[in-house]
Design a protein around this ligand. Structure first.
Ligand code: AMP
Ligand code: MG
Length: 476
């Protein structure tokens, strides 16, 4: 059946290891299943028991073989030639999407790890990736979450979890790096051809399809990072093995949304040099794209100098595009995207961000309050010189526009609600105890992030000092 065929297994066996999920004997429960996504994928109407069996790895997914992918990657700038899915297996494909279990036990690439996941990262990824999708940011999706009573020992002790992730594909920059680093050009080509067939069929007959492949990937990534930043998202572990070829946000390990604005904010406990700080993300994605470019050099031209020069031109172009996308995302947040956009708008954006930083104001709520500021409500904004300067210039900039329309536009890009770290942490603690009420409630509250909904005002409040999450952990 075409709907359920693993295209990846048609590649040579160097690309993966067949690997069955480990079945845990402990008590298991399905805590959430995404019916809407299941429909989109064309999945059968499974019974509750079947859902639990399939998405905990006990029963095969539509008769397909499961496997772990091999990849390499630059982690915090250092190259690791062999990583691979150490705690994940792809159980098959549905309607062209990969269906992957995370936390289902050891694979050929587990190294010293146990291949399992505590319940915490499962809850976090479920909520955050669905939220991202709901704010129209390209992301992997959440299909199912299972809790097990396996005892998982990390920094703390908790129960286990198995997360079902859905992606257009799990190919990463690191997938290309694995073969390129070994000098296996035929494999790099095989992978590039597969990628083009699966993700970008329209470039197949281009004059230089591999150069087009680079352009496709770069264009998606330089859109994605400004999107992240527009909602205050810090990925936290932008290693090349976590940079997806399909342009989806992938790997919700130590990621977090900012509360008070800080351009150089870092949450991840392992990001000691602040490499992946909020404001470094554009620079990092360009570095990662350069690593992708490295792998394609021999495919792009038989003359190395020509290939390098072509790719350098592309990198420069995409860097400029990134800057202009970044501007546009923030201009939208101030309701000033139009044909008369100028450098003055950059100054306006900068002025507002400096004001937020100086006053340690909440990023999300301050942008959301801009539509009320247009009605003269200054209650969310402590007054100082910078604020007055911003307000005067901003009002002047939007003078003559239809204010009701601007307000609507602002509220369509500045979310009412974000997944705040302290709430996610609370949902995790409760889920570990077997109480999924908050998990479910947050999941529902995140369905319409741009709609003001008084029922959920409690979730929009910034954390009190005692509630503040200072650090996040990979949880691996
Ligand atoms: P990440 O930091 O989540 O991108 O993971 C980096 C690498 O470590 C990947 O190859 C993962 O598969 C592997 N890994 C993470 N956690 C585990 C675990 N519990 N057991 C085995 N491998 C793991
Ligand atoms: Mg990863």
């Amino acid at each position: 059946m075409k709907n359920f065929t693993s295209t990846y297994l048609k590649l040579s066996s160097d690309f993966y290891s067949l690997s069955k999920p480990e079945v845990s004997n402990s008590e298991k429960s399905l805590i959430l299943y995404n019916d809407e996504l299941a429909k989109k994928l064309g999945l059968p109407d499974y019974s509750e028991l079947e859902k639990l069996q399939i998405f905990s790895g006990e029963k095969s997914f539509e008769g397909q073989d499961s496997f772990a992918m091999v990849y390499a990657g630059h982690q915090f700038g250092h190259f690791n030639p062999r990583l691979g899915d150490g705690r994940a297996v792809i159980i098959g494909e549905a309607s062209g999407f990969d269906i992957q279990l995370k936390g289902s036990g050891k694979t050929a690439y587990s190294r010293r790890g146990d291949g399992k996941s505590p319940i915490g990262p499962v809850v976090r990824e479920y909520l955050l990736s669905e939220y991202m999708n709901n704010v129209n940011i390209s992301t992997t999706r959440s299909l199912a979450a299972v809790r097990t009573e396996d005892v998982i020992v990390r920094n703390t002790i908790s129960y286990g979890g198995i997360f079902t992730r859905v992606a257009k594909s799990h190919l990463r920059i690191g997938s290309f790096q694995y073969f390129a680093a070994k000098g296996e050009l035929d494999r790099v080509r095989e992978l590039a051809d597969y990628t083009i067939d699966r993700l970008f069929p329209s470039i197949k007959d281009d004059q230089n399809p591999y150069l087009s492949l680079f352009q496709k990937v770069a264009s998606k990534q330089v859109q994605l990072i400004p999107h992240w930043m527009s909602v205050g998202f810090i990925h936290g572990v932008m290693n090349t093995d976590n940079t997806s070829i399909s342009g989806e946000t992938i790997d919700y390990g130590p990621c977090a949304f900012m509360d008070e604005f800080d351009y150089y904010k870092v949450f991840s406990s392992i990001d000691r040099d602040s490499r992946y700080a909020f404001g470094n993300q554009p620079q990092i994605i360009m570095w990662n794209l350069a690593r992708f470019a490295d792998t394609l050099i021999p495919l792009i031209s038989s003359t190395q100098d020509d290939a390098v020069s072509l790719l350098e031109t592309e990198l420069k172009y995409y860097n400029e595009l990134l800057v202009s996308n970044q501007r546009r995302e923030f201009a939208k947040k101030l309701g000033v995207v139009d044909e008369s956009y100028s450098d003055k708008d950059d100054e306006l954006i900068e002025l507002f961000l400096l004001y937020l930083q100086e006053e340690e104001l909440d990023f999300t709520n301050s942008f959301r309050a801009l539509s009320s500021l247009l009605d003269g409500d200054t209650s969310s904004f402590p007054e100082n010189d910078r604020f007055h300067k911003f307000k005067d210039s901003w009002f002047k900039r939007i003078e003559g526009k239809d204010i009701e329309l601007v307000k609507r536009e602002l509220n369509m890009v500045n979310p009412f609600i974000i997944p705040r770290n302290h709430l996610i942490e609370e949902a995790i603690v409760k889920a570990n105890e077997g109480d999924f009420e908050l998990f479910n409630e947050l999941n529902t509250a995140f369905l319409k992030p741009f709609e003001t909904n008084e029922k959920y005002t409690k979730f929009t409040l910034p954390p009190k000092d005692s509630e503040k999450v200072k650090m996040t952990f990979c949880g691996t």
